[in-house]
Structure formats: structure tokens, C-alpha cells
Design a protein around this ligand. Structure first.
Ligand code: HH2
Length: 400
């Protein structure tokens, strides 16, 4: 029998750190001082000058952490270097205090780092739509309703507005918090649909749901004109797979309407996106793309509290990239916004498990549970009843 039984602690949040410290009887003052030492963070910084990177390395080592830089940085024989800072939250917080007094623009980096540390330690608590605030105190389920003839999974089933409205009500009864209505398929290779045809498909459904559906309606479109029409008919959220990248008027429509907004990452239009799946740095590139979308939204006047981000599973990404994004989903907390994930029945699940579209529910449930465990706030799914349970179960474990 071991005399000093040692075991690992898995500490993922400030609350968990505080709980473990309290469990061994640390006094409250000590808990305040030590909980931030129990959370180790790695922070990636792009393209710093050697003189900036060398100061960071020196300061982090002085604080008991470290900073990795490219070979040649100390001798300044490279133009720029990426830097990975490694330290506890406490050490990184101290670094910010010290950088304020440093030259070469490092005071600006202190502001960015302070914001990043705040983003990763405090998750957003609500999402504001055109008509209400949605609490993010449990995972939200967004039920998919495609009023299209050609969607990859439910194409042709809900072209009839009456049938589509019945399915929306059924999804609400099964536990959906939002119904996402689309009139154009965005599956890889899908052809574009003119705005008037898209409106012709979705408006009768939204109109049929007026006064019958309690939860908010989201409109899955990248066209400003379609979003405007859908919002006027009662929609509250714009779900734009292009992250305001395809239609220059979309940001204005969002700002003027006060709609909730989902900014998704993609590259190229759906007819060509699967030829653009090469990334230099997958997570770095996707997060940088979302930052651009966020900047366009905020500069058009969309308030941050109305914005949700989405990595765009299956959009200009191959199967391996989709798996990597789901594994590293926590990194999206860098932006400090609620996170939506749409994996439902997608082809990377089929590829991983060897299953056709109609046989991907169990695979989808696994992605939903892991996405919730890795910080997803909203899950966009076809099988509402099953995914409500998968998400609630995963969330119960995460918050136990
Ligand atoms: N995926 C699809 C459509 N819209 N919106 C967001 N925010 N995130 C997604 O992952 C996402 C989305 C594609 O799925 P689906 O609607 O089922 O199929 P189709 O585009 O063929 O209609």
C-alpha cells in the first residue's frame, strides 16, 4: 500500500479550482490567491517582432512561466516570430501588468491579453434576439427545418408550408429552443436560389407559425433581402453561413433590425467550398475568419450581445478538419461569444462510421455530447428529441 497516495486533479475552471482548495480547508484568502495558479493556459500570438518576443520570453521566465519562440528570435535573424506563452492565469495576469510599462507597442498586447483571459474565464450568459433574451444557462437546441427540395438530409420533406409548420411545432414540443428555417440548401456543390424563390419557400411557413410557436424563429440565409423579409414576418435571428461575407447589405439589415446573429465560418460559395479545404493553421485560420466577420458586424452597429459564432462544420473543411475542430472547440472561447455547432447527420460522421445519412443519429449524439463538454452553447440538429437528451446529459456531467 502506498504511504503517500498521489492522484491527479482535472481542473478546468476557476470554480473547480476553488472547490478543490476549499475541500482541503484552504482559507478564503488563500483560495483567492491560489485558484488562478491552478489553471494553466497556453496563448498563441502571431507575427511578433523579435524585440517584442524577446521581452515576452524574459518576462514570462521571470514569472516562472515560459514563452516559445522560433529559432533565430534571440539573434534577431528572423523578421517575425509566432509566440506561445505558457503559464498559469496568475502569471499571465502579472505579465499584463508588467507589459503596460514596456516599449515596442507591448502595452497594446497587454490589453489584448487581458481581454482574452477575461473571455476564457467568463462565458456569456445570454443571447439577445430581435424580440427576447435567450438564457445560456443550459445548452440550447436549434431545430433544423429545410423548406427546400434538395437539402442533404431532409430535402423535399418540408416544401409544403403546412407540413413544415407542423414539423416546427413538433420540434418545439420535442424540446427545441429555436427553429431554424432555410429556403436554400448549402450542402457542398448546391446551386444558388434567387432571393424571391427563397422567400416564396420560407415566408408561408413563418406566417403559419405566427401566434402558434413560442420559441424564436431563425432564418438560415446569407441574403440581406431574404433576412429582411423573414424578420418582418416574425423571425428574430439571422443565421448567416457566410458570416456576413457574401452579401454586403446583410450587416446593415442585422444592425437595423436588432436581430440575433449567427456568424458562421466558411470559405468560397457552397458550389466551390470543398476545393478550399487546405489550411496553414486550421484553428488559427478559422478563428481569424470569425474575427473578420465579427469586426464587420460590430462596425455596422450590431451589438456584441446579439452575436453568436459558429466554426462551420463541413463548410470548406474535410473530415479530419471537422474532427480537429470538435476536439479543440474550447479554443473558440478566445472570442468571448456564445458558440453554435452544427454537426447533425453531416458527411464526416458518415465517413468516420461508414453510415449513410439516415443512419447518423448515434454519431451525431456523440458529437453533440462532446461539443457541449467542450463549451458549445447551441446545437443545430435535425433529431431534436434525441439531441435534447444527449446535450442535457453531457451538460449535467459538465456542471455536476
Ligand atoms: N449547416 C447547414 C446549414 N446551415 N448554419 C449554421 N449556423 N451552422 C451549420 O453548421 C449549418 C448551417 C447545412 O446543414 P442542413 O441545413 O441540414 O443542410 P442543407 O444545407 O443541405 O439544407
Amino acid at each position: 500500500m502506498s504511504v503517500f497516495p498521489a492522484r491527479l486533479l482535472a481542473i478546468a475552471s476557476r470554480e473547480e479550482a476553488e472547490r478543490e482548495l476549499a475541500r482541503i480547508g484552504v482559507d478564503p484568502c488563500g483560495i483567492g490567491m491560489m485558484s488562478t495558479k491552478m489553471l494553466t493556459r497556453c496563448v498563441h500570438l502571431s507575427k511578433l517582432l523579435c524585440r517584442q518576443a524577446n521581452i515576452l520570453k524574459q518576462e514570462m521566465m521571470g514569472l516562472g512561466g515560459d514563452a516559445a519562440v522560433a529559432r533565430g528570435t534571440v539573434a534577431c535573424s528572423v523578421d517575425t516570430t509566432d509566440v506561445i506563452l505558457m503559464g498559469t492565469e496568475k502569471q499571465l495576469g502579472r505579465l499584463c501588468e508588467k507589459l503596460v510599462h514596456q516599449p515596442f507597442g507591448l502595452a497594446g498586447l497587454a490589453d489584448e491579453l487581458t481581454a482574452l483571459l477575461a473571455n476564457v474565464s467568463q462565458a456569456p450568459k445570454r443571447w439577445r434576439t430581435a424580440r427576447r433574451d435567450l438564457a445560456l444557462d443550459r445548452p440550447l437546441i436549434m431545430g433544423i427545418l429545410n423548406a427546400t427540395p434538395d437539402s442533404f438530409s431532409d430535402g423535399g420533406r418540408f416544401l409544403d408550408p403546412h407540413r413544415a409548420a407542423e414539423r416546427a411545432l413538433e420540434m418545439e414540443a420535442e424540446g427545441a429552443d429555436i427553429i431554424d428555417i432555410g429556403g436554400e440548401s448549402t450542402r457542398p456543390g448546391a446551386p444558388q436560389v434567387p432571393a424571391d424563390e427563397e422567400l416564396r419557400r420560407i415566408l408561408p411557413v413563418i406566417e403559419q407559425l405566427a401566434g402558434r410557436l413560442s420559441c424564436p424563429i431563425s432564418v438560415d440565409t446569407w441574403k440581406g433581402e431574404v433576412a429582411r423579409g423573414a424578420l418582418a414576418a416574425g423571425g428574430e435571428i439571422i443565421n448567416d453561413i457566410s458570416g456576413f461575407g457574401f452579401d454586403p447589405v446583410m450587416a446593415q439589415v442585422a444592425a437595423e433590425s436588432g436581430a440575433g446573429v449567427v456568424l458562421m465560418h466558411t470559405r468560397g460559395t457552397p458550389d466551390r467550398m470543398q476545393s478550399q479545404t487546405d489550411y496553414e493553421d486550421l484553428l488559427g485560420d478559422v478563428i481569424a475568419g470569425l474575427r473578420c466577420s465579427l469586426d464587420s458586424a460590430v462596425s455596422a452597429g450590431v451589438e456584441r450581445e446579439r452575436i453568436v459564432i459558429d466554426p462551420g462544420i463541413g463548410f470548406a473543411k474535410d473530415a479530419a478538419a471537422n474532427l480537429e475542430i470538435l476536439r479543440r472547440l474550447r479554443e473558440f472561447a478566445s472570442l468571448g461569444l456564445p458558440l453554435l455547432v452544427g454537426t447533425s447527420r453531416k458527411s464526416f460522421i458518415g465517413k468516420t462510421l461508414g453510415r449513410v445519412t439516415g443512419e447518423r443519429m448515434v454519431g451525431t449524439a456523440a458529437t453533440v455530447a462532446l461539443a457541449v463538454a467542450n463549451g458549445a452553447d447551441i446545437l443545430r440538429v435535425h433529431d431534436v428529441r434525441a439531441m435534447r437528451e444527449a446535450a442535457d446529459m453531457a451538460y449535467a456531467i459538465v456542471t455536476s
